[in-house]
Design a protein around this ligand. Structure first.
Ligand code: DCP
Ligand code: MG
Length: 388
């Protein structure tokens, strides 16, 4: 029998990919606080600390009940001293002074606002912050040279920072389906990312595209993009070609987080559902405003008939589909721990393209997510319980 860890806590395993993490959990006060510290560490480019706080938050999401006192955490893995101090303070006082200070700090607030611009990562935001920028509008007014992604990020800042609903994701899915069928009949699209895990909203919509006949999918993305552009459905897009090559002697270097599929980072122009006439009387054919005024100052009442939505499209050869699906379903920490588990516990190398066994010096060829879990010696965790 399992060792007893007090009344409520079952033995939790140390890797997120060994645990079931549902979307709804019981410790949001604690996980929200730890997330702030994780973000702040990321803004300070301290990845180690950031991951440590994320791991601590993730393990709390897997607990079956709310934590009330420190004894409830006996035997729970992944809680470092710093995380434990923060948790203790919140359990005793209702809040953590460190977290409150971070939330109040000029650096955290500015970095948060600046990294919320599509196309602006931590490095750029940090440089801008040190140059005195604080708000997205500062980036517009400062005369900084902005790339195309950042220009779009500022232009559609409000929409892109409004959560995408499942209904909106489904509408985008219908459009992508139509585009894909038009340029390659028989191709298949799958909704991945947070929506596949059952999240009701997301920051973007992620799709994986494949074709049952290997090779048919090659060069698909530019055709899909042209189809969408011809219909005025794209506000921004950047397409990367597939650069994955399987070396016979195994992956050349530790698999990087970023995969090498044909991929399109885009912003869709999604028509809002038409209000029925009695709700919103309007002359037939009346022009909707095309030009959005100040991108950072638009009020809801000025809302045009469409919304800008971030969409990621990824094309996978069918032979790599199971890996791509597993790699694109997330969560990010679940993926990180899958790769860490493979490397540290199994001497295997897992990416969104392949699984290589360093003991046998060969690629393994599973055909489904379930087979990948099995080859890794893991219990299958369904997407809805990968919300680490
Ligand atoms: N992914 C990853 N590593 C990255 C980026 C992405 O493993 N550096 C994978 C895991 C993510 C998935 O791709 O879950 C989709 O990426 P998103 O950033 O869209 O994350 P989610 O869809 O999970 O969340 P959101 O609801 O914010 O879109
Ligand atoms: Mg997503």
């Amino acid at each position: 029998t399992e060792p007893s860890h007090g009344a409520m806590v079952p033995t939790l395993k140390g890797y997120a990919c060994q645990r079931r993490t549902p979307l709804q959990h019981h410790n949001a006060l604690l996980t929200d606080a730890l997330l702030v510290l994780a973000e702040n560490a990321e803004f300070c480019e301290d990845e180690g600390r950031s991951v440590a706080f994320r791991r601590a938050g993730a393990v709390l999401k897997a607990l079956p009940q709310a934590v009330h006192k420190m004894e409830d955490l006996q035997g729970v893995p992944c809680l470092g001293g710093h995380s434990q101090r923060v948790i203790k303070e919140i359990l005793e006082d209702g809040t953590s002074r460190e977290v409150e200070m971070v939330l109040q700090s000029e650096q955290y607030q500015a970095m948060k606002a600046l990294t919320n611009i599509f196309g602006v990562g931590v490095k750029t935001a940090d440089r801008w912050f040190r140059e005195g920028l604080r708000l997205p509008s500062d980036a517009l007014n400062s005369g900084h040279k902005l790339n195309h992604a950042q220009q779009a990020g500022l232009q559609y800042y409000d929409d892109l920072n409004t959560p995408v609903t499942k209904a909106e994701a489904d509408s985008i899915g219908q459009i992508v389906e139509e585009a894909v069928q038009a340029v390659l009949p028989g191709a298949e699209i799958t909704l991945t990312g947070g929506f596949r895990r059952g999240k009701p909203t997301g920051h973007d919509v992620d799709f994986l595209i494949t074709h049952p006949e290997e090779g048919k999918e090659e060069g698909l993305m530019p055709k899909v993009v042209s189809w969408l552009e011809a219909r005025g459905l794209l506000l921004y897009q950047k397409t990367n070609i597939n650069s994955y090559l399987e070396a016979t002697d195994g992956p050349a270097r530790p698999p990087h987080n970023m995969d090498r599929f044909e991929r399109c980072f885009s912003i869709f122009r999604l028509e809002r559902p038409r209000a029925s006439p009695e709700q919103h009387p309007q002359a037939v054919g009346e022009e909707q405003p095309q030009e959005r005024g100040s991108p950072l100052g638009r009020r809801a009442s000025e809302s045009p008939g469409w919304k800008a939505v971030r969409v990621d499209l990824v094309v996978s050869p069918v032979s790599q589909f199971a890996f791509a699906l597993l790699g694109w379903t997330g969560s990010q920490l679940f993926e990180r721990d899958l790769r860490r588990w493979a490397g540290q516990e199994k001497r295997m190398s897992l990416s969104s393209h392949a699984l290589y066994d360093s003991t046998q010096n060969r690629y393994l060829r599973p055909c489904s997510e379930a087979e990948i879990f099995a080859l890794l010696g893991l219990e299958f965790i369904p997407p809805s319980e990968r919300n680490a």
